[in-house]
Design a protein around this ligand. Structure first.
Ligand SMILES: Cc1ncc(COP(=O)(O)O)c(C=O)c1O
Length: 408
């Protein structure tokens, strides 16, 4: 992988200065940077063939249709699904909400149990709380092990005859552990449990094969994988999508209706895509996937693991840094500078041109488990370099000087 060549594709990496320092962008778990290939594809739609999809009978509209549906095919191939199992949404949050409100709401009953864990993102907890309020089902949390991981054994021990749904991140967004999803899904299906996967932090970084995993639903966002904001994906097994109700009703998703209230919805995936979709979003996502495929998802995974190991080995030499996930394989490091509040540390890193995230990262139950008020999170992507990590580690060495950031 030629990282220096790759970096030239990203305008944000072209001598961008923050606080008088070259930008070191280590907030990729929040959102990734976008390459020219994606920006150009979006521009091309706006400049050369703007028109709505699934509505017009003229050439431009047909061309937009073709590209929008080509994006669906590209997404399907990327995760080894069928085209008609790919629903475009506005992102992971919308996809999880669609499963909760479109599927779970009509399938769960009083005392049914939904299994989550304490490391989950708000988007994979709050929709389920809402479903519980409406159905009187209950949320239960699978205990994390000593490192903060969900193991198949812990999952198995939580299952009882009431367990109906497991919703779980393939890679958690703070500690970055990848769960043994295949084994967990095997166990779940032995007990007729539906498995919803939050792939927001996995689809951008590792190869995903939904057929091999055998998951029932899989959700992810374009903006964390070099694509635009405002677009994401819900994969669902086709029979489950057929059983899922549309939650966004309007134009584009119905086949016909009349004044008596008789309505015929389209088949999945179209019945979920009410209203004008993020057309340029889908087109941008296609360009992002083409770009990632060109680099190779296995190469991306390997390189990020290398970056993570390099950073951990350097940080371990410092006695003022506490690391919470040294052993997770993905390119996420959750840490604190000892005796420095995480948000003060974030401000300090900013003063050196380093973009990291601090706080609870939307996983608001996890800090209790870690016994901290919050953490600093540095998250890498395939365009980051060891030289950037050296700058970051050097900054960590002086993390106690954070007040300099305020009085500069
Ligand atoms: C694990 C996880 N799930 C869900 C989300 C929500 O994604 P989005 O804001 O793109 O809907 C995120 C975003 O940070 C995430 O990291």
């Amino acid at each position: 992988m030629d990282v220096l060549k790759i970096r030239k594709d990203f305008p944000m990496l072209d001598n961008k200065i923050m606080q008088g320092h070259p930008l070191v962008y280590f907030d990729n778990a929040a959102t990734s940077l976008k390459p020219n290939q994606v920006i150009n594809a979006i521009n091309d739609y706006y400049k050369n063939y703007t028109s709505n999809v699934h509505r017009g009978d003229y050439d431009l509209a047909a061309f937009a249709d073709k590209n929008y549906e080509l994006a669906r095919t590209t997404v399907a191939k990327f995760i080894h699904a069928n085209d008609n199992e790919i629903v475009f949404t506005s992102g992971t949050t919308a996809s999880l909400n669609l499963v909760a409100h479109g599927y779970a709401l009509t399938h769960l009953h009083e005392n049914d149990e939904i299994l989550l864990n304490e490391a989950e993102h708000a988007s994979n907890i709050l929709p389920w709380y809402d479903i519980c309020k409406q159905t009187k089902a209950v949320v239960k949390f699978i205990p994390l092990d000593d490192e903060g991981k969900v193991t198949p054994k812990a999952f198995l021990e939580c299952i009882n005859e009431h367990t109906k749904i497991l919703s779980i991140a393939q890679i958690s967004n703070v500690l970055g552990y990848e769960v043994d999803l295949k084994e967990i899904i095997r166990i779940a299906h032995e007990h007729q449990i539906i498995v919803v996967v939050d792939g927001a932090q996995s689809a951008p970084h590792i190869p995903v094969n939904v057929k091999d995993l055998d998951c029932d639903f899989f959700c992810f966002s374009a903006h964390k994988m070099c694509g635009p904001t405002g677009v994401g994906v819900l994969y669902g097994k086709y029979n489950l999508l057929e059983e899922t109700s549309s939650t966004l009703l309007g134009g584009g998703m119905n086949a016909k209706f009349d004044r008596c209230g008789n309505i015929l919805y389209k088949k999945p995936p179209f019945k979920f895509e009410g209203g004008t979709p993020a057309i340029e979003g889908a087109i941008g996502l296609k360009a992002a996937i083409d770009y990632l495929n060109q680099i190779g998802m296995e190469n991306i995974k390997k390189y990020e693991q290398e970056l993570k190991q390099y950073a951990i080995s350097k940080l371990k030499e410092l006695d003022n840094v506490e690391i919470y996930n040294a052993n997770s394989t993905s390119g996420i490091i959750a840490f604190n500078i000892k005796d420095v509040f995480c948000q003060d540390a974030g401000t300090y890193f900013n003063s050196l041109g380093i973009a990291v995230r601090s706080g609870h990262h939307c996983a608001k139950i996890l800090p209790d488990y870690l016994h901290v008020t919050g953490t600093v999170r540095a998250s890498f992507y395939f365009y980051n370099t060891k030289e950037e990590i050296d700058i970051f580690v050097e900054a960590c060495k002086h993390g106690g000087d954070f007040l300099d950031a305020f009085f500069k």
